[in-house]
Design a protein around this ligand. Sequence first.
Ligand code: FAQ
Length: 319
Amino acid sequence: MSPKEINFQELFDSKIEDDVRIEPKDWMPEAYRKTLIRQISQHAHSEVVGMLPEANWITRAPSLNRKLILLAKVQDEAGHGLYLYCAAETLGVTRASTIDDLHSGKAKYSSIFNYPTLTWADIGAIGWLVDGAAILNQVPLCRTSYGPYARAMVRVCKEESFHQRQGYELMLQLCQGSPVQKEMAQDALNRWWWPTLMMFGPKDEESSNSELSMKWRIKRFSNDELRQRFVDVSIPQIEFLGLTVPDPDLKFNEETGHYSFGEIDWDEFWDVVKGKGPCNKERLDARRDAHNEGAWVREAAMAYQEKRSLRESQKRKQA
Ligand code: FAQ
C-alpha cells in the first residue's frame, strides 16, 4: 500500500481497538494529542506540587528514621514529575511551556494538594489515603494507550505502593500509641477523607473528558468506578486501625457488595479546582519562587553543556 492509500485514522482506531500502544512518531488525532498533553502535564504538576505539603514536615519528623523515609518519598515524587514531563515532551510540547502554564494558573494540578498538613498524622494520612488513591488511578494507567505514559506509570506505581504502606504503618503506630496520638490520627482521617474522594474527579455525568478518554483507552475506568473501588478497599483498613469513617451515611450494601457513601461536597471541589482552596495561593507562590531561585542552576547547566559540545566539536575537527 502506498503512503497515500493509508487511512491514518483507521489505522489509529484499529490500534486502539487491538490494544496496540500508540508511540510518539505514530500518527494520532490532534484531539488525542491535546488530551494527553493536558492529562500528562497536569499529572506531572500534581507530583511536583504534591511535594510541598509533605516537605513541610521534613524538618519536624519525629525520628531520624521517619525523616529518611519522608525525604525518600518526597524525592520519589520529584522523580515522578520528571518522568511525566518527559512523557509530555514526546507529544511535542516543551517542559518550559508546560511549567509556564502551571505558574500562570492556566494548567490544573490535583485539588488534594491545596489542603494544609497541620499535624504529623497528616503525613500518615497522605501516604495511606492520597498515595492509595493515586495507585488505584494509576495502575490502570500502566495499560493506557499511549506508550511513554504507560511505561512511566509502571515505576511510579511501584514507588507509590511503598509510599502507601509507609503511610499506613505510620497511622497504625499512632493508633496503637497514646490516646492523644490516636486522636491525632482520627483528626487527620476526618480532614483528608473527603478531599481524597474528590481526587478521582467530578462524578461521571459531569466529567467532560471521560467519554473521549475512555474511547481512546487513555482512561480504562470512570471517575466514579475508581472512587467506589477506593471506598471499598479503604473501609476495612480504617476498621483495622480502629478509626471511624467521617461519613454518617456510609453503609455496606449486601445486594451490590459495595459500600454506599454520603454526598461529596462538589462546591468545595470546584472552589479548590478554581483556585479558591485553603492553600492554592501558597502552593503556586512556592512553585514560582522555587523556579525563579533555581534559574541559575538551569543557566549553569546549559552553559556547561554548550562548553562541552564546543570542546567535543573542536576535538572532532582536530582528529
Ligand atoms: N483536581 O473530565 P474530568 C498523586 C479537572 S498524583 C483538579 O473527569 P479527566 C501522587 C480536570 O482536569 C495525583 N482538577 O477530567 C502523589 C478537568 O478539567 P480540564 C494526580 C481536577 O482528566 C501522592 C475537569 O476537572 N493524578 O497523587 C481533578 O478525564 C502524594 C473535568 O474532569 C493524576 O493526575 C482534581 N482532582 O479525569 C504525589 C492521574 N479532577 O483539564 C505527592 C492522571 C478533575 O478539562 C504526594 N489523571 N479535574 O480543564 C487522571 O487520571 C485524570 O486526569 C483525572 C481527571 C481522573 C484526575
